[in-house]
Design a protein around this ligand. Structure first.
Ligand SMILES: NC(=O)c1ccc[n+]([C@@H]2O[C@H](COP(=O)([O-])OP(=O)(O)OC[C@H]3O[C@@H](n4cnc5c(N)ncnc54)[C@H](O)[C@@H]3O)[C@@H](O)[C@H]2O)c1
Length: 273
């Protein structure tokens, strides 16, 4: 451990169970000396697993539906009370698409579900940032990280509406990053993570095959949730204080690789040439 977050405070959303990326971020942030509040949608709390994480990291839990400005206002207000002042970092680790859950093809999307997905998974970042800025709840040089996926840049058919939603999420990070950076020196970045075996990840049709495909392309293999958490910690730390408004790939080199020898071999290309 490096004490990278010693003296820092934050809010970590999205820890549903021990597979969640946010769960690993919370464990690492604790190990690096941070104090933080855990949050999730009230409905996710009922599963109760988050209590174990709160106990292990000495954290309090403040439930908030990330689509509710009122509940987010309560989250940032209460967090400052609990943590004794302004906070230094926020993790947005929230994603949900009813269209994906119901396996509705992209060309036949249900627009009520699409709107819901946008609200939960992208607009929630804007709402969090807007609430935080209004309350002046984040310290100068504070850092906000939201998790995203490369379908924002390239087409992955099974990712359906989440592709468009992640593009919006990344855009909000840039747009808000400008204003928040200029006025309060708060940094906002997105981390574009490899396919990861979590509740949200494995809910996607064909996830298992796709996971193997990405793993066969990336020279380092797929990045797991734990290494994603390590990367998030560096972004919360002062070592990355001039990094903002970026979409940062954390994917073992996948996004820069056209094709790998492994995939060519599996396609039997060597035999044909
Ligand atoms: N798993 C992957 O393959 C993968 C890849 C790239 C990016 N991501 C992103 O990482 C983030 C975290 O997902 P994960 O893979 O850890 O899965 P996860 O299912 O463990 O986490 C998703 C979280 O979103 C929360 N959530 C849903 N609706 C909410 C609401 N209205 N208000 C507040 N919270 C709400 C859920 O309760 C859950 O804790 C998501 O943004 C996801 O899109 C995941």
């Amino acid at each position: 451990m490096y004490n990278l977050l010693k003296g820092k405070t934050g809010i970590i959303s999205g820890a549903l169970d021990k597979n969640s990326i946010a769960w690993k971020v919370a464990e690492k942030a604790h190990a690096e000396g941070a104090k933080f509040v855990l949050t999730n949608a009230p409905i996710a709390m009922r599963m109760g697993e988050i209590n174990a994480l709160a106990e292990a990291t000495g954290s309090q839990i403040v439930p908030a539906d990330a689509t509710s400005v009122e509940e987010l206002t309560n989250l940032f207000t209460q967090s400052q009370e609990i943590l004794g002042g302004k906070i230094d970092f926020v993790l947005h680790s929230i994603g949900m698409s009813v269209n994906i859950r119901k396996k509705i093809p992209y060309t036949e999307l249900n627009y009520d579900y699409f709107n819901k997905g946008i609200d939960v998974s992208a607009m929630s970042l804007h709402k969090m940032l807007s609430v935080a800025k209004k309350l002046d709840a984040i310290n100068e040089w504070g850092s906000v990280v939201a998790l995203t996926y490369m379908a924002a840049q390239r087409t992955y058919p099974f990712y359906t509406d989440m592709a468009d939603i992640k593009a919006m999420l990344e855009s909000i990070a840039r747009s808000f990053g400008y204003h928040y950076g200029l006025e309060k020196k708060v940094r906002i970045n997105t981390v574009s993570q490899s396919p990861t075996k979590t509740t949200a990840g494995t809910g996607i049709k064909g996830f298992g095959d796709f996971y193997d495909f990405a793993n066969a392309i990336a020279p380092l293999g797929n990045a797991d949730a734990e290494s994603c958490a390590d990367y998030c910690i560096t972004l919360f730390s002062d070592l990355t204080r001039m990094v903002t408004m970026q979409n940062l790939f954390h994917d073992g080199g996948y996004s820069s690789t056209g094709v790998s020898d492994d995939v060519m071999h599996r396609l039997g290309v060597e035999n044909n040439s």
